[in-house]
Design a protein around this ligand. Structure first.
Ligand code: ATP
Ligand code: MG
Length: 320
């Protein structure tokens, strides 16, 4: 049986290097090989904030990022939650398949609650991993290129698929995660690089913005640069960034810098990142808002057709 690829992002800001090395590179590699769906998870924006904010602008930016990294809308169906009601409807039966205890012990949800600016935790925060099961299973996705933070959610999806099949007969596959070159890239403050945490190098930033961000990154006082993730996590993270962008082992880059200190390290990282992002940034400028709207309109239509078929099958299996 051939694979179906599903993955996606929340429209909460511009995509960054964590996305690139965590999932976008794999998407580009898999497009054209397998059918692929890429979801703009607009309903999931309100898991950790009160309102969707500048949602239209963020959706446009996300689409431009996709086109910039080389996703081809003729080969990939790009769509949004809010345009596919049948997908969202799968959430109802799926919620009945998991226990409150299972939802409460999800480590990624716990981490996101810790970083949320909200004073109260919403029901959506606890249940969005089940919504993600609907995202993946609506198209019978089997392969999910994601970062490490998504692994607990993928376990929820597998559980939902397994329990649905046990109760109602075989409908869903149990999908597998696919990790990228860097399953958890750290941001310039040492924590997970995230759109919403102000610690990211975005794909769309200018060369000067990138240089300024890297200049501010935390390092340490030791002039001799070594790759030591345990004892020197900030330096190691910068070396890793350069290594990913140059396609070279970070240890080798550390040896070359030798006793050049943080100044040389940051210059090497800045050059590596800016050279790597140059063609992506150039392609981004070749597309505009009209392209983005057209891509989404077509994708929404294709995704909806798929979701209608799956929901029909689910209703039949459940005897509705
Ligand atoms: P937000 O802070 O708004 O949640 P985010 O940066 O976490 O934004 P998401 O839209 O939640 O981005 O995640 C989209 C995809 O990118 C997921 O597959 C996720 O695992 C992956 N991803 C996000 N950040 C990283 C990272 N730092 N390293 C590797 N993969 C990442
Ligand atoms: Mg996130």
């Amino acid at each position: 049986m051939s694979d179906v690829v599903l993955t996606g992002d929340r429209p909460t800001g511009q995509l960054h290097l964590g996305h690139y090395f965590g999932t976008l590179a794999n998407r580009v590699a898999l497009q054209g090989v397998h059918p692929m769906y890429v979801l703009i998870a607009d309903y999931q924006v309100i898991t950790d904030r009160d309102t969707p904010g500048e949602i239209q602008r963020n959706i446009t930016e996300l689409l431009l990022d996709y086109l910039a990294v080389g996703l081809d809308p003729r080969q990939v169906t790009i769509f949004q939650h809010s345009a596919v009601p049948e997908l969202n409807q799968l959430l109802l039966p799926f919620l009945s398949l998991v226990s409150v205890a299972e939802l409460s012990r999800n480590p990624t949800v716990k981490d996101e609650i810790a970083h949320s600016s909200q004073s109260a935790v919403s029901g959506l925060m606890f249940t969005y991993p089940v919504h993600q099961a609907a995202d993946i299973l609506f198209c019978k996705g089997t392969l999910v290129p994601v970062g490490k933070d998504q692994l607990p959610h993928l376990e929820v999806t597998r559980l939902v698929a397994r329990r649905f099949n046990e109760r109602y007969g075989p409908v869903f596959p149990e999908p597998q995660a696919m990790m990228g070159a860097s399953p958890m890239l750290r941001g310039l403050d040492g924590g997970k690089m995230s759109k919403s945490r102000g610690n990211a190098i975005t794909l769309a930033a200018t060369e000067d913005e990138t240089a300024a961000l890297i200049r501010k990154a935390r390092t340490d006082a030791d002039r001799l640069i070594t790759f030591d993730e345990e004892r020197r996590p900030e330096v190691a993270n910068l070396l890793m960034l350069a290594g990913l962008c140059l396609g070279r082992p970070p240890q080798e880059i550390a040896e070359e810098i030798g006793d050049g200190g943080a100044v040389t390290l940051k210059r090497v990282v800045t050059d590596a990142v800016n050279d790597f992002l140059a063609p992506i940034r150039k392609r981004r400028r070749e597309h505009g808002e009209a392209d983005a709207r057209e891509v989404l309109a077509e994708g929404n239509e294709r995704a909806r057709e798929r979701a209608i078929a799956t929901l029909d099958e689910v209703r039949a299996a459940m005897g509705f």
